[in-house]
Write a protein that binds this ligand. Structure first.
Ligand code: NDP
Length: 254
C-alpha cells in the first residue's frame, strides 16, 4: 500500500518542542503521528491543530522509557498507519520525548540515573531499532540532544552525558542506515521556554535572564525556534545533511 504524503512520528509531541515540530512539519505538508506519555488531552489538541492545517494526524500513548512496551507500540503504530493514513510505513522518526532532571553528581541516585538513561538513551536506541522495519527507505531520523552535551553546567552530568551518547549513536545510525537511504541527524537545542525541568527557563525570571546573558542573540529560546529546523531536515532541501549535530541555541556559550 502506498501513500502520497510523507508521515512523521514525533515522540513527546503533546507539548513543548515536539508539539512545535509536529505543527511545523504539518505546515510543510507532512502527515503526523505524535506520541504522549500521560497527557492525552494535550495530545488530542495537537492532533486537532494538525488536522486544521489540512493534514492527517493521530496520537498514540508511549512511555519511551519502557522498552518492553515497544513491541506492543509497534503493533499499535502499524494498525494506526493502516486505519488513519492508508499506509504501511512512515518516513521520519523524531526521537524527541524527554524529561528534565537537575541533580549534582553527588546527589544523583541510581534510580534517577536509570530513569534518565531509559528515556534519553536506551529508549531512543531500541525505539529506533523496533520502528525501523516500519520506516520507508529514504526516510530521516532526527535525535534530540542538548547544548549541555557541548558545554557543562552543574546539575546536568547524567543528562548531558546521555545526550552526548545520542550524538555518537546518531553517527552510527547514519553509517548503518545509509544503505537504505535513511539520513540521521542531531538537533541540539539551547535552553528553551517549555515545561521542561519544571518550566524553569520560562517561569524563573533569574534563570531566563541568565540564559539570555550567555546567548549571543540575547534571549532564551522559544519552541518556534526549533520546529522549523526539524522540518527542514525532513525536507527535500535537507536531503544531503547526514550524521550532523546542529545546535539551535541562538549561540549559547560560544
Ligand atoms: P516538555 O517537558 O515541554 O515536553 C516533554 C514531552 O515529552 C511531552 O510531550 C511529554 O508527554 C513527553 N514525555 C515526557 N516523558 C516521557 C516518557 N517517559 N515517555 C514518553 N514521552 C514522554 O519538554 P521539551 O519539549 O522542552 O523537550 C523535548 C526534548 O528536547 C527533550 O528530549 C529534551 O531533553 C530536549 N531539550 C530541551 C531543552 C529545553 O530547554 N526545553 C533544551 C535541550 C534539549 P506528556 O505531555 O504526555 O507528559
Amino acid at each position: 500500500m502506498t501513500t502520497t504524503n510523507k508521515i512523521a512520528l514525533v515522540t513527546g509531541g503533546s507539548r513543548g518542542l515536539g508539539k512545535n515540530m509536529a505543527l511545523q512539519l504539518a505546515q510543510k505538508g507532512t502527515d503526523i503521528i505524535i506520541t504522549y506519555n500521560s497527557n492525552k488531552t494535550a495530545a488530542d489538541e495537537v492532533v486537532a491543530a494538525v488536522q486544521q492545517l489540512g493534514r492527517k494526524a493521530a496520537a498514540l500513548q508511549l512511555n519511551t522509557g519502557d522498552i518492553k512496551s515497544f513491541d506492543a507500540f509497534c503493533t499499535a503504530l502499524s494498525s494506526t498507519l493502516q486505519s488513519t493514513f492508508n499506509a504501511s510505513r512512515f518516513d521520519f522518526l523524531i526521537n524527541n520525548a524527554g524529561i528534565g532532571m537537575h541533580a549534582l553528581i553527588a546527589d544523583t541516585s541510581e534510580e534517577v540515573f536509570d530513569e534518565l538513561n531509559n528515556i534519553h538513551f536506551k529508549g531512543v536506541f531500541f525505539l529506533t531499532q523496533k520502528t525501523l522495519p516500519l520506516m520507508n527507505d529514504g526516510g530521516r531520523i532526527i535525535n534530540l540532544s542538548s547544548g549541555l552535551a557541548r558545554f557543562s553546567m552543574p546539575g546536568f552530568a547524567a543528562y548531558g552525558a546521555m545526550k552526548a551518547g545520542i550524538e555518537t549513536l546518531t553517527r552510527y545510525m547514519a553509517k548503518e542506515l545509509g544503505s537504505r537511504g535513511i539520513a540521521a541527524n542531531v538537533v541540539a537545542p539551547g535552553a528553551i521556554e517549555t515545561d521542561f525541568g519544571g518550566g524553569r527557563v520560562r517561569d524563573n525570571a533569574d534563570m531566563n535572564k541568565m540564559v539570555a546573558s550567555i546567548t549571543a542573540l540575547g534571549r532564551a529560546g522559544v519552541p518556534d525556534d526549533i520546529g522549523g529546523v526539524v522540518a527542514f531536515l525532513c525536507s527535500e532541501e535537507g536531503r544531503w545533511v547526514n550524521g550532523q549535530r546542529i545546535e539551535v541555541s541562538g549561540g549559547m556559550n560560544l
